[in-house]
Write a protein of this length. Structure first.
Length: 373
């Protein structure tokens, strides 16, 4: 059985473990899998545990972000030790260092998870430098692929492979009544949810400002912000300064997010840029209406209709109007949209389909390499 090594910078909760945990059950039938992570081992959480439970080997290099040379040496030694047949890197630092260590010795596939705006000028320069060293690249949306390839910024072979929408993350572990008690939310509360990392690109500042308008006119309104990140303290201080801290509940990282979606009447996704955006799709699968930023990638991935409202990013006034409009509608108004949309999402982003698309690329790259020998 051929040996595939996934290489990534971190395995903290987020897109990478979500994707890998969903596709691995289908890929391990054809490949032995190892996962190399540049940083430290994370605390235990659902997706990480599910991967360990199927016998996947992890190699944590315990390297800090800025220690590039140490990461280079440790990755080189790790690849020599485990001796994979091909590598698949995820996230910018992993793509770059993997390519420089590998120097096209092994077949190498890389995946872009975000648009160019997410990367520094130095990282973008390095992407251009290493581009000839990769056999193939994938992007998690057409928007991402177009951003890197339409202007000939990069020239490597490439295609779109969407992220799978996790069925595991859609399970409800705790009922709404239990969570209301846990977070001290009244029974009759109207709950709005935002689930994402607390970083500037996710647009929480604009959401908090928009919520001040909802708070003034809807005394039953509560906002739950689920996620952790470097802006945690800043956002909590902003909520205090806006005099809405009694109605905004920061719950930190929470798994599964389906519990929070199920608790809410409306899910808001105010990102400034995205590679794909899983939370809105998960919300729709749980029959919850969403408000999302009017970004090309979200227009690409989210079916249009009554259950979604697109607003311009960085516009708190427009966001507040959209929230008021969506909250005033009856659930029955959304039901035809969910009936039509749920099968579309389920089929388009099914984990087995995504896994097969990746395996097709692995097999193609390996075949091309063997034919050149």
């Amino acid at each position: 059985m051929l040996h595939l090594a996934y290489i990534t910078t971190s395995f903290k909760p987020g897109a990478i473990p979500n994707i890998i945990s969903e596709i691995l059950p289908f890929i391990i039938t054809d490949y032995k899998i190892s996962i190399i992570v540049f940083e430290n081992e994370p605390d235990i959480y659902t997706e990480y545990t599910s991967i360990k439970n199927i016998g996947i080997s992890f190699y944590f290099l315990n390297c800090k972000k800025r220690n590039i040379f140490k990461t280079y040496l440790k990755l080189r030694n790790c690849l020599k030790t485990i001796n994979p047949d091909l590598i698949h890197s995820h996230l910018g630092r992993a793509d770059i260092i993997s390519a420089l260590v590998n120097l096209k010795r092994l077949p190498h596939i890389g995946t872009f998870h975000s648009v160019r705006k997410n990367f520094s000028p130095l990282t973008l320069l390095m992407f251009k430098i290493i581009d000839p060293l990769l056999d193939f690249r994938t992007g998690v949306s057409q928007t991402v692929i177009d951003d890197f390839y339409s202007s000939s910024f990069l020239k490597s072979p490439h295609r779109v492979i969407y992220n799978p929408v996790s069925t595991n993350r859609l399970k409800i572990n705790r009922k709404a009544d239990e969570l209301k008690t846990r977070f001290s939310i009244p029974e009759n509360a109207t709950i709005i949810a935002c689930i994402s990392r607390l970083v500037s690109a996710k647009g929480h500042i604009y959401l908090l400002n928009a919520f001040t308008e909802i708070y003034k006119n809807m005394k039953s309104a509560y906002l739950i912000i689920a996620g952790d990140g470097p802006l945690n303290s800043d956002l909590q201080n902003l909520a205090k300064n806006l005099n809405i801290s009694d109605r905004v509940i920061f719950i930190g990282f929470y798994t599964p997010p389906s519990d929070i979606i199920n608790l809410s009447k409306l899910v808001v996704f105010p990102s400034l840029w995205e590679g794909m955006g899983l939370v809105p799709l998960e919300a729709l699968l749980l029959s919850r209406p969403i408000i999302a930023s009017n970004l090309p990638v979200l227009r690409e991935c989210i079916p249009d209709g009554e259950g979604v409202f697109f607003v311009e990013p960085e516009n708190s006034k427009e966001l507040a109007k959209a929230m008021k409009f969506m909250l005033e509608k009856r659930y029955d108004d959304y039901e035809p949209y969910f009936t039509k949309t749920i099968p579309i999402i389920t089929n388009k982003y099914h984990a087995k389909t995504i896994a097969q698309q990746y395996m097709d690329i692995y097999n193609s790259v390996l075949t091309n390499r063997s034919e050149k020998i």
